[in-house]
Design a binder for this molecule. Sequence first.
Ligand code: ADP
Ligand code: MG
Ligand code: ZN
Length: 472
Amino acid sequence: MNKNYEVVIGLEVHVQLNTKSKIFCSCPTSFGDEPNTNTCPVCLGLPGALPVMNKEAVKKAVMFGKAVNAKINKISTFERKNYFYPDLPKGYQISQFVVPIVENGEIILDSGKKIGITRAHLEEDAGKNIHEGDVSKVDLNRAGTPLLEIVSEPDMRSSDEAIEYLKKLHAIVRYLGISDANMQEGSFRCDANVSVRPKGQKEFGTRVEIKNLNSFRFIKQAIEYEIERHIEAYEYDEYEDEVVQETRLFDTKSGETKSMRGKEESADYRYFPEPDLLPLEVPDEFFDIEIPELPDEKKKRYMEEFKLKEYDAGVLTAEPALAKFFEEMIELGVEPAAANRWLAIELLGRLNKAGISIENSPVPAKKLALIAIREKEAVISGAGGKKVLDLLMEEDIEVDEAIEKLGLKQVSDESAIEKMVDEVLSANEDKVAEYKAGKEKLFGFFVGQVMKASRGKANPQIVNKILKEKLK
Ligand code: ADP
Ligand code: MG
Ligand code: ZN
């Protein structure tokens, strides 16, 4: 990054709320069904059909507002946002424009910097256009799915800050359980607004809006591409011509952004009040809803209560399913450091390699906890535990069965080990003499010989202890 410029980023995120039915009708919101089967006169936009507000969607918006310390408006309003597109059968989207349900919130980055949330409002999703060769089709199953649009202040100053903000938002939404926030399926979608100004300039530069960003990696790439484009335009004195307020699309193949529509064609939405809905009044009891422990609080607690490092606590609390897995292991009696090692390093490493999410792990918390416990009891070694885990990833068997099957049970019987130690020492009398004369590094040699004699199964702690006694 060129030090003479400053980046300004504001993000708009659309979160699909996971209510069972749509926002203004009782059609199901399920994903992946036969096209146009989850529809009715309301979400098809047929004349005379009337919208009815879904109370669950309101509740979820309120929960979000609480999680980001926002003001929740007792009364908010719905407006029509008019535009024409094949996936929008009514010719308008019902949204909140004048008074949103949630205003003035914030997300706090790890640096302590606050990123303002201007507003979060309820609206309906559009359908989907599907292009196959020169045929285009419209699927209206998604039309009317409840969305919460979360608009940030232009407070971010780098792509890293933007990604941190988004990841925190993503985690909050998942912890609240108000959305599955699956980026590939489009239930957590981000538009990035980016501008660049020369350092010291008061006014913001011209902003562009980048749409169609469905992974954190692409968002970062798109923002960085755009920053470079703006800086280059300044440097070549082409800023006025090259950077215009417009919507751009990110091409994931080329890694470039391309103009989609310019300012002249930018939509005029002719907002006006939705006459078929009364202003939205949030029920009093919603103001008292308890929200679950949020990721940042949980992370802090893990550091204090379990003495975990900040990095480890961050990994374990990044996803609610992961934190739940960890807490189950702790409840089963595994020590925090061991639970962290077995879960965050061993299991997650294997799951990532196999492309499996923690929710679908073939090894449940109960089994992983037992591996850790058997290691602690010295029934198996750490290396043995890893082999057990490998087998459990492939086969649905019990931990103790796997230990048997792999022949990993350690020998902890002291008299058996003592016998092996005696054999090794009498077979190496010359080395014993050298050791006693002061060549102490030979200790490792004796340990190795005993381990070899036991074919790796002797409990190393006990081998060490007995060897020390005998060589005194
Ligand atoms: P629109 O509805 O046209 O998208 P908004 O006023 O709602 O416009 O702003 C959308 C987003 O753009 C907000 O997140 C805001 O923070 C951000 N934004 C506004 N001005 C700038 C700017 N100059 N540079 C970067 N982001 C900006
Ligand atoms: Mg916008
Ligand atoms: Zn419907």
